[in-house]
Design a binder for this molecule. Structure first.
Ligand SMILES: Cc1cc2nc3c(=O)[nH]c(=O)nc-3n(C[C@H](O)[C@H](O)[C@H](O)COP(=O)(O)O)c2cc1C
Ligand SMILES: CC(C)CC(=O)C(=O)O
Length: 363
């Protein structure tokens, strides 16, 4: 690649050049055969856009409202861990990039900067992400989130234990210190068996966490709870019954259970089950503005972006994060104009055609 990156894939190339292999593998990798990792991207390519012509597209407005917060575009920074392995300024730089673009910042509890450092560094609307942690860890997280102006809790439910990322095992990947755990986990988290991320998980995760525990989480916070990791209509229905404020269709960027479907291929199933009761968001494989357009057409309120933001951070720190988000916003704006949609509400189901629909048409 010569010159400045002009799309997200070129940012990935740049990140691959600047990062030590062990960290590039950690950020880019997926579980086991990485079937789902490829599918998350390939499934978008199989969806075709049906543009409308001769619409006045002289003004395009991508703004939207997510859980009451107006943002410049239907884009959220996905909560991802370990940003200081990409850049010394870590999540603080990422959050500043998100703030500059006026999009919501998802902060992982397994961040390398503390929640407090991120909160005091920028004005971005921030959501905190947590796992099915031991109750004392969750209670601590909730208090700190409320005190530090986080606006929602993202509860990630697809990780009762960690997925097997074989590159990390081979590379003996050592997790950086997750500073939010300071004072909360007693033992030094080390391992001589390769990756120490397993040891962290064993110290913190509760594999018996289930639906009733959402009622407990609701009882200790006034913040809205988004459930992240839903892949079926059945679980979407249960999540609504449990009283969540929103659903994130996600397979954890293909890092947990391999051979789960591409998220975009199950979005409609979830949207139908939810019946408009809460917003449905989606992440996994978003690399182009056209991908965002397709997700919105199939019923998502917004999308979360994981790896592209990390690649921007690795390549150019806060500036790189900003450039990646702006690139995706520009591409979405271009797609909306060329497809004849002036606002996000103008993007409808009839603006896309799935492979199944094309197959059925031929029968
Ligand atoms: C390096 C990395 C770390 C991640 N860490 C977390 C995490 O701590 N909590 C979480 O809920 N999801 C985590 N995820 C998953 C993301 O939130 C998101 O679901 C995924 O990255 C979306 O796919 P994409 O990377 O293709 O955009 C992580 C993903 C990556 C790539
Ligand atoms: C295991 C966590 C530390 C981060 C995570 O969720 C991931 O790497 O996918």
């Amino acid at each position: 690649m010569a010159g400045e990156p002009i799309n997200v894939n070129e940012f990935e190339e740049l990140a691959r050049k600047v990062l030590p292999k062990i960290y590039y593998d950690f950020f880019s990798g997926g579980a086991e055969d990485q079937y789902t990792l490829k599918e998350n991207i390939e499934a978008f390519r199989r969806i075709i856009i049906r543009p409308r012509i001769l619409v006045d597209v002289s003004k395009i407005d991508m703004s939207t409202i997510i859980l009451g917060h107006r943002t410049s575009a239907p884009i959220i920074v996905a909560p991802t861990s370990s940003h200081q392995l990409a850049h010394p300024e870590g999540e603080v730089a990422t959050a500043r990039g998100a703030a500059a673009c006026n999009v919501i910042m998802g902060v992982a509890f397994t961040s390398t900067c503390t929640m407090e450092e991120v909160a005091s560094s920028c004005k971005a609307v921030r959501f905190i992400q947590t796992f099915a942690f031991k109750r004392e860890i969750t209670a601590n997280m909730v208090q700190r989130a409320e005190r530090n102006g986080f606006r929602a809790i993202i509860l990630t439910v697809d990780a009762p234990r960690l997925g097997r990322k074989e590159a990390d095992i081979k590379n003996k990947m050592i997790a950086p210190p997750f500073k939010n755990f300071e004072g909360l986990i007693s033992t030094e988290v080390v391992s001589d068996k390769g990756s120490n991320v397993e040891a962290y998980a064993a110290e913190t995760l509760v594999p018996s966490f289930c639906w009733k525990d959402i009622a407990w989480l609701k009882s200790i916070t006034k913040l809205p709870i988004l459930i992240k990791g839903v892949l079926t209509g059945e679980d979407a229905t249960k999540a609504i019954e449990a009283g969540v404020a929103g659903i994130i269709v996600s397979n954890h960027g293909a890092r947990q259970l391999d051979y789960t479907p591409a998220t975009i291929s199950v979005l409609e199933e979830v949207v139908h089950a939810v019946q408009g009761k809460v917003p449905v968001l989606l992440d996994g494989g978003i690399r182009r503005g056209t991908d965002i357009f397709k997700a919105l057409a199939l019923g998502a309120k917004a999308v979360l972006i994981g790896r592209p933001v990390i690649y921007g951070l690795a390549a150019k720190g806060e500036t790189g994060v900003k450039q990646v988000i702006e690139m995706l916003k520009n591409e979405l704006e271009q797609t909306m104009a060329l497809a004849g949609c002036c606002t996000v509400d103008d993007i409808t189901r009839s603006h896309v055609n799935t492979e199944t629909e094309r197959f059925l048409c031929r029968m």
